[in-house]
Design a protein. Structure first.
Length: 340
């Protein structure tokens, strides 16, 4: 499936840029092949329009923010958050024609990110109950570009068959590659709910809760997949109070790249586990995933007869099923890369 060639994918919300990166300057971002510029308006709200001035096609992201508008660097026209031109310095006393405008899109701030939807929203921005719970702290873990399809990245987090090989040193060992079966896997309105139990190596940021003598942790994982490229994952260690909720998005940049956005909510404190240590440990694990995923063909077939599947692939199979059904229900045919 080529993400940029399936219009229905434009109707979902994606986290695009951390709000703090927009402080004082505009930023460009390509979402589903659409070049965008984002900035903060006079009220501090994120705005997004196509990153191309309607006058001479200059990238607006090369300009600056003036009075909450984005100012083109070439002739200084200014555009507001609706994409309307509001200042033409060369003709200050003339009314500005209506066609002096650039396309704008829906944009909202949530959880420290600017979220963008390029079309009529099919859903709302993901609701995260832990974000409203004062016993949880928020940790921004990753914001980085991965050169793989979003579907491969999201499937990977739900794929318990790879831990023993890809994460042989960090999470599991090659000698015991048989995972416990999926306890629960059921469809939901927005994707699926998936519950499982894993046995993993102890790791530094969980260590305090386990006790240093214990080598293996029993982890209960509860995953909500939010179509098409989002995951809400709750992890608890058996018998312990620590709960870690991770939000992972593979925001689609184009067909071969995605922006890996990951943030955590944890019910412990900085004194118990330093955020920097947690990020370092996660970074080690995700670098192992990334090294594999960036070698794989980005054009993921939704047709189950193309790739071969095994029992631990059930979540990935359901993703393909639901995405194929999504395309069909919107009258779309899966688009694939054509051979050169
Ligand atoms: Fe943008 Fe002329 S190209 S104002
Ligand atoms: Co992995």
């Amino acid at each position: 499936m080529l993400a940029t060639a399936q219009p229905v994918l434009r109707r979902f919300w994606y986290p695009v840029i951390p709000i703090e990166l927009l402080q004082g300057r505009p930023q460009s971002f390509t979402l589903l092949g659409e070049p965008l510029v984002l900035w903060l308006d006079a009220d501090g709200k994120p705005s997004v329009v196509r990153d191309r001035c309607c006058h001479r096609y200059t990238p607006l992201s090369q300009g600056i923010v003036v009075d909450g508008n984005i100012r083109c660097p070439y002739h200084g026209w200014q555009f507001n958050s609706k994409g309307c031109c509001v200042v033409v310095p060369q003709a200050p006393d003339s009314p500005i024609p209506e066609n002096y405008r650039v396309q704008s899109f829906q944009c909202q701030e949530r959880y420290g990110y600017a979220w963008v939807c390029l079309g009529d929203g099919l859903d709302e921005i993901l609701n995260i109950p832990e974000a409203k719970d004062p016993s949880y702290r928020l940790i921004h873990a990753f914001y980085e570009t991965w050169h793989c399809s979003g579907l491969r990245l999201i499937e990977n987090v739900c794929d318990h068959g790879h831990f023993h090989f890809v994460h042989n040193q960090t999470l599991a060992d090659r000698e015991n590659p048989v995972s416990s079966p999926h306890n629960v896997l059921e469809k939901t309105e927005r994707g699926f709910y998936f519950e499982s139990i894993l046995f993993m190596h102890n790791n530094p940021h969980m260590e305090k809760n386990v006790g240093s003598s214990q080598k293996t942790m029993k982890i209960i994982r509860k995953i909500n997949w939010c179509m098409p490229f989002g995951l809400h994952l709750q992890e608890m260690m058996d018998g312990k109070e620590l709960v870690q909720v991770s939000i992972t998005y593979a925001t689609p940049i184009n067909d071969s790249s995605c922006q890996m956005v990951r943030f955590l909510f944890r019910n412990d404190t900085e004194a118990e586990a330093k955020a920097a240590d947690i990020i370092t440990h996660e970074g080690l694990i995700f670098s192992e995933d990334r090294a594999i995923l960036e070698t794989i063909d980005y054009d993921v077939p939704l047709d189950l007869n193309e790739e071969i599947h095994m029992a631990t692939d059930k979540p990935g199979i359901l993703m393909r099923h639901k995405l194929a059904a999504l395309l069909a229900s919107h009258g779309e045919i899966e688009q694939r890369r054509t051979a050169a």
